[in-house]
Design a protein around this ligand. Structure first.
Ligand code: SF4
Length: 424
């Protein structure tokens, strides 16, 4: 477990960045001003609440965690092994508030997507996706309402940003989906992996994300092994360094380009933390804990942008250097992701043959390289396609919609122009 401060009211850590996300975060939305939402607390926080606030023994906190995360009971009257007095105290001081399901949608390939309403006004909503695959079930969890980092190939970025999710709203995504799947930790394992890879940059919501990952990894929570919980970041180096010391979770990095010039065009954050700094931080991450054996590098392939043989060779070189720096065999694993188009994007998916050729260059150079199968694209649940409902506090969504309108006017103009020529 991590050594972070377990104060449940603590908000996201300040970081030395000037980003769109620097707008003041909304206060954490409690479902009730005076009651503690128990979904906001990991084991340490629960023990503190039960002992400090309720004057109870620690094991009572453990009993209640099992009711919530193993049996999906949110009504204290249903927690039948608690005494009447304790149940009355809980009614007075606590509650269990889970996100509400706005809709859920299964895909023909077994993938399942939920749109979950967040906060009391319910106007913000995030998407959570479950992807079953041979012997495993992976849940892709969101950490923010929207995202302020504005990566040029990302659907979430076009929606702008509203706020960080609370711990309850992050673990609530696991709670809702695990309940739906009939998952029973340590018995019926439908949920075997969690990736913090949904909407948002998780390291910009550090404390809430770490606390939620604690619950995912706790036997009183969802009992997932640390290596089965993966945090994916676009490369916030200082927070990666902090994470390396405070948790044991696996790390994935959104790389998407093998040189700074190109990566800077795709991921603006690269200008703040260029590739050399990012890779050095990845090496520190790997070496900070002996249980870690690799870092995964995500690389979305976009036709004519970052999918040329030269890019593959540069990527192989980067991985070779990473291996040398860490002295760990297969230290860097590459995940190639065919780009998933969304309305308004100018990027196009790389053809299958080129994807395989790109992979071959890496494999021939000794780099462990997988091609991620596209899942759930019939319900817009594929990687990079997630969109919730974001009350945008930046100008990004308005600007995106304006550019879409301008594009459609221009397209209409072009087609009129073409048909006039055809008629002539
Ligand atoms: S790719 Fe990730 S970090 Fe970049 S804008 Fe999208 S959600 Fe944010």
């Amino acid at each position: 477990m991590s050594s972070h401060d377990d104060n449940p009211q603590q908000t996201a850590s300040p970081i030395p960045l000037k980003l769109a996300t620097d707008i003041a975060p909304l206060p954490v939305v409690a479902a009730s001003a005076r009651k503690q939402n128990l979904l906001d607390l990991d084991r340490a926080g629960m023990e503190q609440f039960f002992v400090g606030k309720l004057g109870e023994q620690k094991f009572r906190a453990h009993q209640v965690m099992k009711w919530i995360h193993h049996r999906y009971v949110t009504d204290f009257d249903g927690m039948t092994d608690l005494g009447k007095n304790l149940r009355a105290k809980l009614q007075e001081h606590a509650e269990v508030v889970v996100p509400n399901v706005v809709f859920d949608k299964p895909s023909s390939d077994g993938t399942h997507k939920w749109l979950l309403g967040m906060g009391v006004d319910g106007k913000n909503a995030v998407e959570t996706v479950y992807i079953p695959d041979k012997g495993r079930g992976t849940l892709c969890v969101s950490s923010q309402v929207g995202c302020g980092l504005n990566c040029s190939f990302c659907s979430t970025a076009t929606q702008g940003f509203n706020r960080n999710l609370t711990t309850a709203e992050i673990i609530g995504q696991v709670w809702v989906t695990a309940k739906h799947l009939g998952n029973v930790p340590a018995q019926i394992r439908r949920l075997t992996n969690v990736v913090m890879m949904g909407m948002g940059e998780p390291l910009l919501n550090y404390d809430n994300v770490v606390r939620a990952m604690n619950i995912m990894r706790d036997d009183l929570g969802y009992g997932l092994a640390s290596k089965r919980v993966t945090l994916s970041t676009s490369g916030l180096v200082p927070m990666m360094d902090r994470l390396s010391l405070e948790t044991e979770v696996a790390l994935a990095v959104s790389l998407h380009a093998p040189n700074d010039e190109l990566r800077g065009q795709l991921i603006p954050l690269n200008k703040k933390y260029p590739i050399a700094e990012l890779m050095a931080s990845c090496a520190r991450y790997l070496l900070a804990n002996k249980k870690r054996d690799s870092v995964t590098f995500e690389y979305t392939l976009m036709k004519g942008v970052n999918d040329q043989p030269e890019h593959a060779r540069q990527l192989a070189q980067l991985m070779r250097k990473f291996g040398n720096a860490t002295q760990v065999k297969d230290a860097g694993k590459v995940n190639l992701i065919p780009f998933n188009p969304f309305p308004g994007t100018n990027y196009v998916r790389t053809e299958e043959a080129e994807i395989r050729a790109f992979q071959k260059i890496l494999l021939d150079a000794g780099v462990l390289t997988m091609v991620r199968r596209t899942r759930g694209d019939d319900i817009d649940a594929a990687c990079g396609q997630l969109k919730g409902q974001v009350l945008d506090k930046t100008r990004r969504n308005a600007e995106f919609r304006k550019s879409l309108q301008a594009k459609s006017v221009q397209d209409r103009g072009d087609s009129t122009h073409e048909s006039k020529h055809a008629a002539a």
